[in-house]
Ligand binder design. Structure first.
Ligand code: B4P
Length: 190
């Protein structure tokens, strides 16, 4: 099973990823989490990524693609994976297509979570109070939404055209959203 989980900042990707991935026995790979781990460890990648993340911009494709390629090559990702927050740009789509077709597999589904814009901001501001993430300030949230609309939203049509888009209502309780994702993916054999 090879899945991607998409949606604007605050849609609940990270929240849902682990539950969905563990159901299928595959790793949840979050590019945001890997970047944040690198930032807190002060690696070269972390220092570079932080500049972009703190501004609400995407980390350059070259760095992101290389990082995902390395992660997907690890043994636990051989049977499959759920990518949380990747791909986000056309260049990342192209890279992922190459990585998957190289192994002779295909992408099974692109799950996109849809949430009202006001609710997205409310969730991130709420998280700011508990987690204190550097990119959860009102200005940076606005920038992240712009970047998503410009660079990532168009990818939804691309996956729709490929016939693998699974649109899920991301409003409501976390458990309700999880149930909707499983119901929507039920058509896909494990
Ligand atoms: P991410 O870590 O992916 O941040 P995000 O888009 O905000 O999603 P996240 O998963 O954290 O939040 P979620 O919606 O689950 O990326 C951060 C940055 O890393 C990017 O801006 C970029 O700079 C960089 N980056 C990552 N991937 C990249 C890529 N491929 N290319 C280039 N750069 C990349 O949840 C948000 C909040 O909502 C949480 O507090 C959660 O508890 C809450 N929530 C979730 N579901 C809820 C529900 N149903 N009801 C109420 N609250 C809910």
């Amino acid at each position: 099973m090879r899945l991607i989980l998409m949606g604007p900042p605050g849609a609940g990707k990270g929240t849902q990823a682990t539950t969905v991935a563990s159901h299928f026995g595959i790793p949840a790979i979050s590019t945001g989490d890997i970047f944040r781990a690198n930032v807190s460890q002060g690696t070269e990648l972390g220092v570079e990524a932080k500049r972009f993340m703190d501004a609400g911009d995407y980390v350059p494709d070259e760095l992101t693609n290389k990082m995902v390629r390395n992660r997907i090559d690890e043994p636990d990702a051989v049977p499959g994976f759920l990518l949380d927050g990747y791909p986000r740009t056309p260049a990342q789509v192209e890279e992922l297509d190459g990585m998957i077709s190289f192994t002779g597999h295909k992408l099974d589904a692109a799950v996109v979570l849809t949430v009202d814009p006001d609710e997205l901001v409310a969730r991130l501001l709420q998280r700011a109070q508990t987690e204190g993430r550097a990119d959860d300030t009102e200005d940076v949230i606005r920038r992240r939404q712009e970047v998503y609309a410009e660079q990532t939203e168009p990818l939804i049509d691309l996956y729709r055209a490929r016939g693998i888009l699974v649109e899920v209502d991301g409003m409501g309780e976390v458990s309700e959203v999880t149930a909707r994702i499983f119901a929507a993916l039920d058509v896909i054999p494990e």
